[in-house]
Design a protein around this ligand. Structure first.
Ligand code: GLU
Length: 295
């Protein structure tokens, strides 16, 4: 039997400067890949055309190099591979699992407010109200008219149909979820409702591209923050629908600032560039995020 070489990846989005939370995730991937004698990939997740910027991408390379990290090249940049994501959504569409919706965010908020007036309305694991499924009942003529009128369009996964298609699923968790979930974790993609997999302006989404890329790049170990723990339900579902292998997952706790708030790019005080300018060293960063000194 040939031993499988583990493949890890760090997959930041260039929509801001990296902070200590990113440093923790990146260095953890780096350390685990080294300990396992595995490979480390860096992937630039830049499909959000309104927020991602080339200067932030450049800053990611600089900051990670400063931390002493090394990764394989060429680096996969998601915006260069839209065709791969379109092919995947075409397959899901051919399976009858996607439907177009045309509401603006404001219209969806109004629809949800209408539902909430009648009683409690479910929210997804990130706290956003789930989509009420309104567009599912549009006729072919209405869809054609809305497309013609240039309405904002998104392709949504028909979650109930997708779950019927694959049945019960689990994933292997080597870290833990927000409530300590670990080991074999049962997926709950229904908690997200009919998620958007592609939009007219950008023919993919975080969920779709991450699943396609992890498979195309042969990623065996996904190490990322606990904020993405329940997204893994959607990722396992898409892997099963598209016949893709399932990596093992290790979700790590998020670093919090002294007030207990999750570190965000907006908190400039923890930005790696600022820390560097203040004379903080890469060894200090390892200590600050709770990692042992580099072996
Ligand atoms: N690009 C995502 C982020 O920056 C991470 C995706 C992942 O690790 O699956 O939050």
């Amino acid at each position: 039997m040939t031993a499988i070489c583990p493949v890890f990846r760090f997959a930041p989005s260039p929509n801001g400067y990296l902070h200590l939370g990113h440093a923790y995730s990146a260095l953890l991937n780096f350390d685990l890949a080294r300990q396992a004698g595995g490979r480390l990939l860096l992937r630039i997740e830049d499909i959000d055309i309104t927020r991602c910027r080339p200067d932030f991408e450049q800053a990611i390379y600089e900051d990670l190099e400063w931390l002493g990290m090394a990764w394989e090249t060429p680096v996969r940049r998601q915006s260069d591979h839209l065709g791969a994501y379109v092919a995947a959504s075409d397959r899901l569409a051919a399976m009858g699992l996607l439907y177009p919706s045309f509401e603006s965010r404001a219209e969806i908020a109004r629809l949800v407010a209408g539902e909430e007036a009648k009683g409690p309305w479910p929210r997804d694991p990130d706290g956003a109200p789930i989509y009420p499924g309104t567009a599912k009942s549009l006729s072919a003529g209405e869809v054609a008219a809305l497309k013609h009128a240039g309405a904002p369009m998104a392709l949504r996964l028909d979650m109930a149909a997708a779950i019927r298609h694959v049945g019960a699923l689990t994933w292997q968790e080597r870290g833990s979820g927000p409530d300590g979930e670990t080991g074999e974790v049962a997926v709950h993609p229904e908690a997200w409702g009919d998620v958007i997999l592609a939009r007219k302006e950008v023919p993919t989404s975080y969920h779709l591209s991450v699943v396609i890329d992890d498979a195309l790049q042969g990623v065996t170990d996904v190490v990322r923050g606990q904020d993405l723990f329940w997204s893994t339900s959607v990722h396992r579902l898409l892997q099963a629908l598209l016949g893709l292998p399932a990596p093992v997952y290790r979700h790590h706790a998020l670093l919090r600032d002294e007030t207990g708030t999750k570190l965000a790019k907006s908190l400039a005080s923890t930005g790696l560039r600022d820390l560097r300018a203040q004379g903080v060293t890469p060894a200090d960063v390892r200590r600050l995020v709770g990692l042992s000194p580099r072996p």
